[in-house]
Write a protein that binds this ligand. Structure first.
Ligand code: SAM
Length: 219
């Protein structure tokens, strides 16, 4: 029998209650400092995340330097999402109750998820769903720092350090089988003494036929 990818306790949380209770009150705050926020925007600009984009686990700020052509937000708090000036539309959806994304296949050029991946209790299902809603060649860009709501983060995340967090997110991508390719993970430049910013991203595989790489010119 195949070894389970993650031990039983990995996705336990100190507060196992419904996320709707925890995220009920709007939090119009930032979760990382200015330098780390700028690093998220720099990464999106560097990767040209500028088309039709889904911001997963979104709130009132999405950190883009320039708004993408169409940004859709999915999160837990309607007030926070309504206050986000860049969102063209938003949906309140609990990914820990239902990891299925309420969007059609191949509807987005890119998907982002900022400082939130540590709250997912069924991440591999979510990553598979992200692959489904991405167009071939589109990127899933996951960023995180070293802060969290500890009662809502999974035990596996709390049990390790920044390097371990990079490995955890890389493992989620890998567990989504052949649906992603060209995985990258790195610490991004931020001002000294401030919050660090880490990013892991990969391209959605085309699934059949020759791979299409949006970043490379075609002949
Ligand atoms: C630390 S905040 C980050 C918000 C935003 N991405 C940012 O960069 O500031 C965590 C976000 O994850 C969302 N979230 C937490 N649990 C969730 C769940 N089960 N399903 C969907 N979204 C969730 C919350 O709505 C909240 O906006």
């Amino acid at each position: 029998m195949a070894e389970p990818l993650f031990p039983d306790w990995f996705f336990d949380r100190a507060d196992p209650g419904l996320d709707t209770a925890f995220y009920g009150p709007p939090r119009l705050v930032t979760h990382i400092d200015e330098g780390a926020i700028a690093a998220v925007g720099d990464l999106y600009a560097e990767l040209s995340v500028e088309g039709e984009v889904l911001d997963l686990m979104s709130s009132w700020v999405s950190h883009f330097r320039a708004p993408p052509r169409r940004l859709v937000g999915l999160g837990m708090n309607a007030g926070e999402l309504a206050a986000n000036p860049v969102l063209a539309e938003h949906v309140v959806h609990d990914l820990n109750v239902d990891p299925a994304l309420p969007f059609p296949d191949a509807g987005f050029d890119d998907v982002t998820c900022c400082v939130s991946v540590d709250y997912l209790v069924r991440p591999v299902e979510v990553f598979n769903e992200v692959a489904r809603v991405l167009r071939p060649g589109g990127r899933f860009v996951v960023t995180f720092s070293n802060r969290c709501f500890p009662t809502k983060a999974i035990r596996g995340w709390l049990a390790t350090d920044d390097r371990g967090h990079l490995q955890i997110v890389a493992a989620y991508f890998a567990a989504a089988a052949d649906r992603f390719r060209d995985l990258r993970g790195e610490r991004r430049p931020t001002p000294p003494g401030g919050d660090p910013l880490y990013a892991v991203w990969a391209h959605r595989s085309s699934g059949d036929g020759p791979e299409v790489d949006r970043d490379r010119p075609t002949a």
